[in-house]
Design a protein around this ligand. Sequence first.
Ligand SMILES: [Zn+2]
Length: 306
Amino acid sequence: MPVHFTVQIDCEATQHSIRDAALGERAIRGLGEVFAQQGLRASFMVIPSDMRAHARIYRELESQGHEIGLHAHPADEGYQEFLGVYGFDDQMKIVGEGMDVFAQAMGRRPRAFTPGYGSANDHTFPALERLGLRHGLVSVPTRNLPQCACVWGNSPLDAHYPHRFNRCLAGDVDFVDVPATLDTESRLWGGAHPQDLRIELVDAKNHWYTIHKNVKRLLAAGDKIPVKYIKAVTHNTFDYSDPANFRRETLLGVIAAARDIFAAEGAEFMPATTGDIADEYRRLVPLPSGGVTLALDTRGRARSQR
Ligand SMILES: [Zn+2]
C-alpha cells in the first residue's frame, strides 16, 4: 500500500528572535543536499523576510522539484505575533501582504501556507480559501496553547478539507489541510503539545516510535484514510550543512527509520511534497457541498431514558 513521506521546513531565520540569514542559508542549502542524496521532495514554507533574503535559492530548490510556500510570523511585518487573534479581514490583509512579497520573489502566487505556532481561529480557513491558497499545514491536532491562540482539540490527524465555521472539524472549505505526523498520547510541554515528528524535538530513537505507531494506524485504516502519509517538520534555524550537526543526524535517522518501518510493514515508500499529498487528496475526495451534518451520539443512554 503506498504511503507518502514528506518533510516540511518552516523558514524563518530572519525573524526577530533569530536574525541570522547566513544560518538560514546554510540550513536550506544543507537540506537541499540531504534531500537530493535521499531522493526526497520537501516543502519549504518561507516568511516574507526570509524570502527577500534568499529568493534565488528558493527558485533553485523549486526547480529541483521541491515546493515553496508561504509561512507567517506576523510580528515581523508589524502585527501581533499570533494570527489566531485576528478576524477575517485582518487575516486576509496579513496573509495577503505576505503573498505579495512571495509573488515578487518567486514570479507567481503561493499555493501553500502555514501560520507560525499553528495559530488560527475559525476565520482562518475561509480567509485562506478566499485568498486562493490551496493547501498547507495549519492545524496541530491536540495542541492546546491558548497563549499562542492555538487550540485544536481532537481535530483530524490526516489530510482533510476543513469546516467553514469550526476549525476543529472536517467540512467544505476548498483548502486541503495536511497536518504533521504526531502521537497524541505522548505529551510534552506540561501536556500542552503532542510529540510530533519535528526533527529538533527529540532524537531519532524517539521519532521511531511515532513513525511506527502512525504507519500501523494508517495501514489499519484502509480506505478510511484515502491519502496516507508520514510528515516530518523542521526549521531552517539549524546548520543542516554540517555533517556532524545533531539535527542533520536526527533527520537522516528519521528518514532511515521511515524506510525500515515502511518495508517491514509492507508500505510502499513514496517521496512527496505537501502539495503532492494535497493534489492526491483532491483527486480522490470531491469537495463536499453544503457542509457537514453532525449527529448526536446517543448510544450510551440507558434504555429507560429512550
Ligand atoms: Zn514558524
